[in-house]
Design a protein around this ligand. Structure first.
Ligand code: BGC
Length: 738
């Protein structure tokens, strides 16, 4: 693995809101869940024991707990039976072992379940699956001897170019919040700590350690913080990772406003804040402004790294000794670490073994992938393919055979196997269908089209009844972490175009055989303008994990009815994305300030309010069946609004629909978005079946953040409640006065 030359290691159910109807299938048995719950950490139950331990510790021992002691551990106190805290990435599988000093890179024997990545999980719109996903991670982390899993990653998708969007969840704070709570509870019910990251405003990889993010208080409160707040207040997350970037002039990981005032103050967070790897920049600020553990190893110094040189090691010790830093601050940090240790049974309890790479875990990976795939388009009903009648398929595109698990950066996972799209299609199609494969493009640094590969692909396309094109993005130029390209940590995508001259290839393939289904791998939107109108069927597959190929085949052949919905807007072109329309990316060249001038108008909040038509809107996703919406009723219910509606499967296939509820404020003192997602429910319906969805929208669903008053306000007046199959496909609406 190539390592990058910067300080740090490398690179450098829950119901959706208040929905009353959720019918989600869970592969966890009730007894599993009951067992899981027994492990549930209770953070404040050990204060007396913690007091006694702190009283026994020397200052040196305390300081030793506040920084890294190897690539993925922070210090313990052997004398007192306090172990090191052992961490692992995260967020979609337990990362391969790297050894204390990174010497074990790629040593093997350290596989784990490779789950679909964050954006795929969010595309399921199924918080129950979030729980199952987290439970897999928790059990596997435990089996691998870890105490903390470094996930979920939940930064808001502000730009389509962010290299880590694939790890994150959504552009929408409500969707993020609902998915994050399930994930964290799933992890922590196994007695393992989750680590929600990166707090906060880490919305780009380019210059991530230098940018200073400036945004309004309203944008912070309405968009960028709610996921973290839900993680703390609803899921009781035990650890938080501070981001690399600055926020309003101060590094986020020791930012007085973000960490002390909001996270630990307003939200009452009792767990620990660790820095991102190498993110601590200043000892005094780290001491004062809430950073509890400094993590990150300097590769340049390996293997002879001196951990006493960490900013929160000897320097901090001398600041305390000289009276410049109050010992109480040190005790508070130690207390927070001990809380995490006690509540995960690291100190006085015993842990069950956990489980690694089990069949049920792989089945969870499959189930998430199946619910994550988004059928963007199926104009001529090319899908589902009929195995009994289709005689030949040409699978075209290098992503059909590419394994993705080890790419992307710190989130890499070495799974025992990875079913590629070609494997999945071949297995499902069986011997009765002739399958040919042509790569069509090469994953190389030269963006040039390879004419020979295109010619071969065209020949294969002409010779087959149907083409399944598998392209899109990838994590990098090799199938390991090679420092970042496209969907990868440490860099952003250069643009929104299909890489490796795929536009040219797709153009030729679509001409050769219009019966082409386009399957896209990748961490978010890409510019489809050169071929979209000629592609009648498009399936968005994200990074679907180790069973991704099985899931893709199941959807292509109709074994599974697609039910995924876009967790992020797909704009037609990059300039249609608000940060880019305003030229506010990647920030000022000299000052490295990035002003979030689009404010709260990110994603569909922008597209819908400013009437910029997207390619595919937030919440969009088709099914092989159809759903009818009727009888939407809204009535005041205490401080909130009770909403009911009926949804019916009006087609011939069983399927799931994500019923989305949006709210619009008709008149307000501030500009408010055309609509905002406030609740959703994924319901499974047999053909002809109908269900009543009943939701209680709390008063918060109608509020905005008033910057003058520095509080959430509900302005009396009329609100429109919209029920839709996507943000662009509103089926019913009702007006209510509050
Ligand atoms: C990433 C974190 C990750 C950490 C440890 C950092 O570069 O930003 O997300 O958890 O490394 O690998």
């Amino acid at each position: 693995m190539k390592k990058r030359n910067i300080r740090r290691k490398i690179t450098g159910y829950f119901l959706a809101g208040s929905l009353a109807v959720i019918v989600a299938v869970s592969s966890c048995s009730t007894s599993d869940k009951a067992q899981d719950m027994q492990n549930k950490p209770t953070v404040m139950a050990y204060e007396a024991q913690i007091d006694s331990l702190i009283n026994l510790m020397t200052l040196e021992e305390k300081i030793n707990m506040l920084h890294g002691t190897s690539s993925f551990t922070s210090g313990g106190v052997e004398r007192l039976g306090i172990p090191e805290l052992t961490m692992s990435d995260g967020p979609h599988g337990v990362r391969p072992e790297h050894g204390r000093d990174w010497s074990l890179d790629n040593a093997g024997n350290d596989s784990s379940t490779y789950l679909p990545t964050g954006i795929a999980l969010a595309a399921t719109w199924n918080p129950d699956l979030g729980y199952e996903y987290g439970a897999v991670l928790g059990r596997e982390a435990k089996a691998r001897g870890k105490d903390v899993i470094l996930g979920p990653g939940i930064n808001i998708m502000r730009t389509p170019l962010n290299g880590r969007n694939f790890e994150y969840l959504s552009e929408d704070p409500h969707l993020v919040s609902r998915m994050v709570v399930g994930y964290i509870k799933g992890v922590q019910d196994q007695g393992i700590a989750a680590c929600v990251k990166h707090f906060a405003a880490n919305n780009q990889e380019i210059k991530r350690a230098e940018v200073n993010v400036e945004m309004s208080e309203r944008a912070l409160r309405e968009l960028y913080l709610p996921g973290f707040k839900a993680a703390v207040e609803e899921a009781d997350v035990l650890t938080v990772m501070g981001a690399y970037n600055k926020f309003r002039g101060q590094y986020a990981t020791h930012n007085e406003y973000l960490v002390n005032n909001i996270l630990k103050g307003e939200w009452g967070f009792k767990g620990l804040v660790m820095s991102d790897w190498g993110a601590v920049q200043n000892t005094m600020e780290a001491a004062l402004y809430g950073n509890d553990i400094e993590m990150g190893t300097d590769l340049l110094q390996m293997p002879n790294i001196d951990y006493n040189k960490f900013l929160m090691a000897d320097t901090l010790l001398s600041l305390v000794k000289s009276g410049q830093v109050d010992q109480k601050l040190i005790d508070d940090k130690v207390r927070r670490i001990l809380r995490v240790m006690f509540s995960t049974n690291m100190i006085n309890g015993s842990r069950s073994d956990g489980a690694l790479s089990t069949k049920p875990h792989q089945q969870t990976a499959l189930k998430v992938a199946e619910e994550a795939l988004v059928l963007l388009k199926n104009e001529k009903n090319l899908l589902p393919l009929n195995k009994a009648s289709v005689k030949s398929i040409a699978v075209i595109g290098a992503n059909a055979t590419r394994k993705q698990g080890m790419g992307g950066g710190s989130s890499q996972v070495r799974s025992p196997y990875e079913v590629t799209p070609l494997d999945g299609i071949k297995r499902l199609a069986g011997n009765g269908v002739a399958i040919t494969y042509a790569p069509g493009f090469e994953v190389t640094r030269e963006e040039k089209a390879n004419q020979q590969l295109i010619d071969e692909a065209v020949k294969a396309a002409k010779g087959a009844e149907v083409v399944v094109y598998v392209g899109g993005w990838t994590h990098g130029y090799t199938d390991n972490w090679d420092g970042g390209a496209f969907d990868a940590e440490g860099a952003d995508k250069p643009n929104m175009n299909l890489p490796f001259a795929q536009d040219q290839l797709l153009d030729a393939v679509l001409k050769a055989n219009p019966r082409t289904v386009v399957v896209l791998i990748g961490g978010g939107p890409l510019d489809m303008s050169r071929w979209e109108s000629r592609a009648s069927s498009i399936l968005q597959a994200w990074y679907p994990g180790m069973e991704g190929g099985t899931a893709i085949a199941n959807v292509l052949f109709g074994e599974v009815n697609p039910s995924g919905k876009l967790p992020v807007t797909f704009p037609k072109k990059l300039q249609d994305a608000p940060a880019h329309a305003l030229g506010e990316y990647p920030g000022d060249k000299d000052t490295v300030n990035v002003h979030y001038r689009e404010d709260i108008f990110v994603g569909y909040r922008y597209h819908d309010t400013y009437k910029v038509a997207p390619q595919f809107g937030f919440g969009h996703g088709l099914s092989y069946t159809t759903f009818g919406y009727s009888n939407l009723k809204a009535a005041k219910n205490g401080e909130g609004v009770a909403v009911t509606l009926t949804v019916k499967n009006t087609g011939k296939a069983a399927g799931a629909e994500v019923v989305q509820l949006y709210v619009k404020d008709t008149e307000a003192a501030v500009k408010r978005p055309e609509k905002e997602l406030k609740s959703f429910s994924k319901i499974f319906l047999k053909p002809g079946e109908s269900k009543e969805v009943s939701v209680n929208l709390p008063k918060e669903a109608f509020q905005y953040f008033d910057e003058a008053k520095m509080q959430w306000v509900l302005e009396p007046g009329s609100f429109i409640i919209m029920a839709g199959s996507s943000s662009q496909d509103i089926r019913q609406s009702a007006e209510i006065s509050l």
